[in-house]
Ligand binder design. Structure first.
Ligand code: AMP
Length: 276
């Protein structure tokens, strides 16, 4: 595996592989088996796999969240080796990523105006800025994103389409702990007690799956929020169409997901589940 700390060296190395299927997995590090699953899929489908590790400051809407974000480069390099990653880009500083930035506009409709778009103002702007730049640096043919951050996946897919970036954006299944908690770098920040309480997210999502037919959507969202309030501070629990994140109306017969964010202590956890 080759490691790069600046984009110029990475671009030179990538030139030797032009015309190949390049699979790209952007991450913020503190890698776990959720990240590894994206890299393994990329490895199976592409000729060359590139990973980036960059805790992107522009996507954090709270300074404390940015400062507390776990960093474990040594362990991450071992994980990347073990899954056969070919190139890893770990920029020295944000300037290396942002130096050639140009303004752009995409019309995302409601995609960035609900859920995380409301609760984390500016977050998706930061995500789109960095992913666009990383796509420009790496020029991947395929890029792999976890469905854990379903709204982010939808937004990046739409950006890539509108800006004609030529990247196939692929959504990958959520990897979970044995008790159902979605793997997350932020799980490292939970105390033992909080770690147990954190299963409330998946338990409530599974409840919504089980009882979807029994309640009207709004009522079920309300019940689930009330359930979660016993254990943490839920920010939202909403049920939406999987294809465009619009609300459900009776004529819609397609796939539906429940989406939630809940704070356990100071740790903000996100999850979702297909419920139909
Ligand atoms: P992050 O390092 O949190 O920015 O995540 C990098 C990528 O890994 C994103 O596409 C996430 O959606 C994905 N990811 C994070 N956790 C999981 C998980 N438990 N299962 C699948 N993908 C995940």
């Amino acid at each position: 595996m080759k490691q790069f700390s600046n984009q110029n060296d990475l671009k030179i190395a990538l030139k030797e592989h032009s015309g190949k299927r390049i699979g790209f997995v952007p991450t913020m590090g503190a890698l776990h088996s959720g990240h590894a699953s994206l890299l393994i899929k990329a490895k199976a489908e592409c000729d060359l796999v590139v990973c980036s590790i960059f805790v992107n400051p522009t996507q954090f809407n709270e300074a404390a969240d940015f400062e507390n974000y776990p960093i474990r480069i040594e362990e991450d390099l071992k994980t990347l080796q073990s899954v056969g990653c070919d190139f890893v880009y770990i920029p020295d500083n944000p300037e290396d990523v942002y130096k050639n930035e140009q303004d752009f506009k995409v019309d995302l409709g409601i995609l960035d105006k609900i859920m995380e778009g409301v609760k984390r103002p500016g977050h998706f702007d930061g995500v789109l800025r960095v992913v666009k730049l990383l796509f420009e640096i790496v020029s991947p043919t395929h890029s792999y994103f976890g469905l854990k951050d379903y709204q982010q996946y939808m937004i990046i897919k739409e950006m890539s389409r509108q800006l004609k970036m030529g990247v196939e954006v692929i959504g990958c299944p959520i990897i979970r702990e044995a008790d159902g908690l979605a793997k997350s770098s932020r799980n490292l920040l939970l105390t033992l007690n909080q770690r147990q309480i954190a299963t409330t997210l998946i338990k409530t999502l599974r409840y919504a799956h089980e009882y979807y037919d029994r309640f009207e959507t709004r009522e079920l969202e309300r019940i689930c929020l009330t359930m979660m309030r016993q254990y943490g501070e839920p920010e939202y629990f909403v049920i939406r169409r999987s294809d465009n994140l619009e609300k459900i109306d009776s004529s819609y017969k397609g796939e539906i997901r429940a989406f939630t964010v809940c704070k356990i202590g100071d740790v903000r956890l996100i999850d979702n589940l297909r419920i139909r």
